[in-house]
Each structure stands twice: as structure tokens, then as C-alpha cells.
Design a binder for this molecule. Sequence first.
Ligand code: ADP
Ligand code: MG
Length: 253
Amino acid sequence: MAILEINNLSKRFGGLKALDNVGMSVEQGEIHALIGPNGAGKSTLINVVSGSFPATGGKVVFNSANITRRGAAARVKMGLARTFQSGVLLRERTVLDNIIMGFDLHLGESYLGSLLGTPTAHKVQTATRRKAMDLAGFMGLAGHENSIARELPHGLQRNLGVCIALATGPKLLMLDEPLSGMNATEIAAMMKLIRKVRDDGVTMILVEHNMKAVMGLSDRITVLSYGEKIAEGSPAEIQNDQRVIEAYLGSEV
Ligand code: ADP
Ligand code: MG
């Protein structure tokens, strides 16, 4: 069953067609990679599907609901989450505060509000903190719960970005270049975590330039070039697709 269906999706920025009638279907439980040269429209697709940018045309259906015109916060509540290419965090706050912010986005509650300190709010806060500790442990951040986000090593900051997105309780998580700027050890650790998240039942769209990781992690791959879908298939099919090799892989591998 498809968890996400994109039909004829278009996004224009002035005269530029960043997405041009793109169709894509993401199956429940899969890791679906989205690859293509810089400027192909990968981040734009994530932005339109998450509701950060309105679509110019076409349709986005998530869990059988047409969400094309819904706001970003409503989509998060429905179970659609994304990370940012730049890894947006509350840089001056602790790891735990960042994760709790993710829970707030899901529950539509305010952690800061709970700090006002009614007895009920205090209980909620304790339960939420415990959940945040669990999630930190799950994502390799045990022992770092009280560190300031910006003081974490780069790799762990990216883990935290995924953690915040997971705190929103997603059914579908969109990762925008989760491995960028990482060293080999950090890449191996993040790949392991991505598999763990999938085994936990979260479907993923993975935008990534590291082809070894893409080929190793993905069930299916969609290839964009200049806003158009030029291929879709299994890793083996994509690696042998002449058009993909010419447009992208020839320069990457
Ligand atoms: P990718 O993530 O595949 O590298 P993007 O989706 O970021 O590509 O960009 C696709 C095209 O849309 C590029 O030509 C880019 O310059 C343009 N673009 C992206 N975001 C904006 C924006 N907010 N305003 C204007 N143009 C944009
Ligand atoms: Mg991008």
C-alpha cells in the first residue's frame, strides 16, 4: 500500500520550474531514495510535500488523504515529518529541550507552557522528559541529554535533527542529505540508525548524494533532473540506467 502518492506535482519559482509534473509513489515501510544533480528539485519536493511551500500544481495524497492544501503543522500532526538539509536546531538549548520541542510539535502543546508549573503540567513534563530520554538513547545520544546542541560533534547534531523529527511521531520521515559533511565513522553510524528507524516501522524518503549509502539503504529510487523525473526503479535498475548515468551517476561514481 502506498503511504504517499504524488501526482503531476509542479512548483515554479517565477519562471523556473523547480518541479515539473512529478509523479512518485512511496510504499509503506520502504526507504525510497530521491537522487539527482544539484538543483534537480529534491529539496523543493520535500518542501512541497511537508507544506513548507505551496504546490503550483498537482496533488499530494498522504495515507489516503488529499493534503495538497493543508498547512505544515497539520501535516506534522498527521505523521509527516522532515529534517532540514542544514539541520535546524535550537542551537543554544540542550539536547533534551530540542527533542521535547519535537514532542510539542506533535501534541500541539507547549513545553514552555508546562513550565508554568500546574501539578498536571508537571506530570506531563516528567513523562515527556522520560520519552525524550528514551528517544535520545535510541538515536545514539545517551549521555548527551544535557549537552548544548551546538557543542555536540557534527555527526551527533545530525542525529539530534533526526531525533527531533522522530519526536513528532512520524509515519513518513523525509531526510534531506542526512550524511552530508560527515566522516566515515559518522556515516556508518547514521546508516545504522536509518535502518533502525525503518525497522521501527517508519517509512522514509531519503535525499542523499552518497551513492554507496543510497544503493545500500534504498528499496526504490526516484531520479530527478531539472525538475523532471527521469527514472525510477530498484538500486540495480538505476545503476544501469543510461539516462541516469548521463545525467547524474557518470559524474558521481
Ligand atoms: P536540490 O535540492 O535538488 O539541489 P532544490 O530543490 O534546492 O534542488 O532547487 C531546485 C531549483 O529551484 C534550483 O534551481 C533552485 O535554485 C530553485 N529554488 C529552490 N528554492 C527556491 C526558492 N525558495 N526561491 C527561488 N528558487 C528556488
Ligand atoms: Mg537540496
